[in-house]
Ligand binder design. Structure first.
Ligand SMILES: [Zn+2]
Ligand SMILES: [Zn+2]
Length: 256
C-alpha cells in the first residue's frame, strides 16, 4: 500500500527515513498488508482479510490462498483484529456478498459498538465515517454468522487479547502450538522498524494515539519478556513473523 512517513507523529521525518534506510527498506513510506492463515485440528482459520482490491489496493489474498490449496469455501472462521478497510475489505466479493460463505466471523464487542454508533462516529474524521459504511455493510452481510468476542479463548489454543488504542476494540490473537507461542497483533505497528525502535511514534490512523502508545509499549515489553513470537498485519515484506529483541543502542528490533 502506498503510504507516507508523513503520517507518523512523534518523530522527525528525516529520522524515520534514516531508520528505514538502515533497515534496508528502499520504498520508505510503503506499508505491506498481511493476513494470516491457521490450520490444524480440522480447522481453517483466517485472521483478517486484507484490502480486497478496494481502490485497486491489494486483492492478492484469494490467489495466495489458492496457491496454498485453500479454497475460500474451506475457511470455517475469520478472526478480525479490527474494522479498518485493509483488514475487512476482502470479506465481501465484488457483488457485496460474503467472500467466505462458510466462515463464522469474530469481532471484539467494543469494535462493533464503535463502528455502529452514530454518536461516537460524529466526533471522528471523514475517513473514519467513510470506513464505517464498509464495516456496516460487511457486518450486515455476515449477520447470521457474526460473533462478538470478549478477551477469552476462541478455542483451547487461540486466545483473543484486547489491545485497544489503534481502534477501540483492536484485538490480537495468541496462538499456542506445542511449546510455541505466536501473537498476531494486528496494527500495533505500521512501520515495524521505526515503531519498535521508537514505540512512542504514532500514526494518523490511530483512533486514540495515547492509548495506542501505552498498549504498544506494554505488549512489546511482554513479548520480549515471554519470548513470544509475533506477527503483524503491517510487518515488512522480508519478515511476516519474528522475535523482538532489545538492543541497547537502537531499541527494540524484529528478528525474522
Ligand atoms: Zn488499522
Ligand atoms: Zn492496518
Amino acid at each position: 500500500m502506498n503510504a507516507s512517513l508523513g503520517l507518523l507523529s512523534g518523530i522527525e521525518q528525516t529520522t524515520a527515513e534514516t531508520i528505514q534506510a538502515q533497515s534496508g527498506i528502499t520504498a520508505a513510506g510503503d506499508i505491506h498488508i498481511y493476513s494470516y492463515l491457521i490450520r490444524g485440528e480440522g480447522r481453517t482459520i483466517l485472521i483478517d482479510s486484507g484490502m480486497g482490491a478496494i481502490n485497486h489496493i491489494g486483492g492478492e489474498l484469494p490467489g495466495n490462498l489458492l496457491a496454498l490449496g485453500v479454497a475460500r469455501e474451506s475457511i470455517d472462521t475469520v478472526l478480525l483484529t479490527h474494522g479498518h478497510p485493509d483488514h475487512i475489505g476482502g470479506l465481501l466479493d465484488s457483488a457485496g456478498q460474503p467472500a467466505y460463505v462458510n466462515a463464522q466471523l469474530y469481532l471484539h464487542p467494543a469494535e462493533a459498538a464503535f463502528w455502529l454508533d452514530d454518536q461516537q462516529l460524529k466526533a471522528t474524521n471523514e475517513r473514519t465515517q467513510r470506513n464505517a459504511l464498509l464495516v456496516r455493510r460487511t457486518l450486515d452481510a455476515y449477520r447470521p454468522s457474526l460473533h462478538l468476542i470478549e478477551q477469552a479463548d476462541i478455542n483451547a489454543n487461540i486466545r483473543a487479547i484486547s489491545l485497544p488504542g489503534h481502534t477501540p476494540g483492536h484485538t490480537g490473537y495468541l496462538i499456542h502450538s506445542g511449546d510455541e507461542r505466536l501473537l498476531i497483533w494486528g496494527d500495533i505497528v505500521h512501520y515495524p522498524h521505526i515503531q519498535l525502535a521508537r514505540p512512542e511514534v504514532s500514526i494518523s490512523f490511530d483512533h486514540d494515539p495515547v492509548l495506542a502508545e501505552t498498549t504498544r509499549k506494554t505488549i512489546v515489553e511482554q513479548v520480549v519478556r515471554d519470548h513470544t513470537k509475533v506477527a503483524g498485519m503491517h510487518f515488512g515484506k522480508s519478515a511476516a513473523f519474528g522475535h523482538i529483541e532489545c538492543d541497547a543502542t537502537t531499541g527494540y528490533l524484529l528478528r525474522a
